[in-house]
Design a protein around this ligand. Sequence first.
Ligand SMILES: [Zn+2]
Length: 275
Amino acid sequence: MIASLHEVLLVAKHSNRAVAGLVCLGWEDMRAYVRAAEIENLPVILQAGPSCRRHTPLTVLGPMMRHLAEQASVPVVVHLDHGESIEVCRQAIDAGFSSVMYDGSRLCLAENIETTHSVVNLAHQYGISVEGEIGFVGYAAGEMSAMTDPVEAATFATETRIDAMAVSVGNVHLQVDTETTLDEQVINRIQELTDTPLVIHGGSGVSRTQRARLAATSNICKYNIGTELRTFFGSELREVLVNAPELFDRIKILEQVESRMVEAARSVLRSLSND
Ligand SMILES: [Zn+2]
């Protein structure tokens, strides 16, 4: 069933767990993630980020993801990740997304508040949730992070009325190891000032122990996981091709990888609680 981000995060917050925002690049991985969520009987967030949108138009992605969500036995959020403008958020809403992230983290606080608030006004008319970002989550071997200031975070949450807030608390995008440690003092300080559900981008870099503990004990309700599953996909695809050189049909090749992706995604979904 299709769900908004607001709905699934509220349930997660009250049940001491977090929901996985899984980065999707194509039909096989989104289908594998929904299957994994159904087997685990957990909600899942399918995310279309910038590289996914460069490969496949939003007008195609929206109906693909929505179709999977509507057929699913568990809540599935169809989420735009890192929307770079109000216009892209509007296109995602028109294409059937149930949730959008507007990323104004490169703007100054006042501009970030103003633009994010405009997206909230637009999206909430249609019952669509909005995630915003305050502070800046950097990229491995790329742009440096800027830690979230707790006072700014509280102002941002109140003035924009966002449903979820991405914060920079030690997390970094595109990490291939799990050596990131989230700064729990900053997280505590943020949640003393605002009760808006928090989102950790770059979740792949956070150890499973810390992921699960903070999912259970803090306001972190969503971890974005991309790299962990993308590296798994790449290595499994390579193994299938090396072990079966006679395969040439794209569907036959990906069928073998997809079943392995289901198992990997189940393990990620299970990593976000202490159960
Ligand atoms: Zn991100």
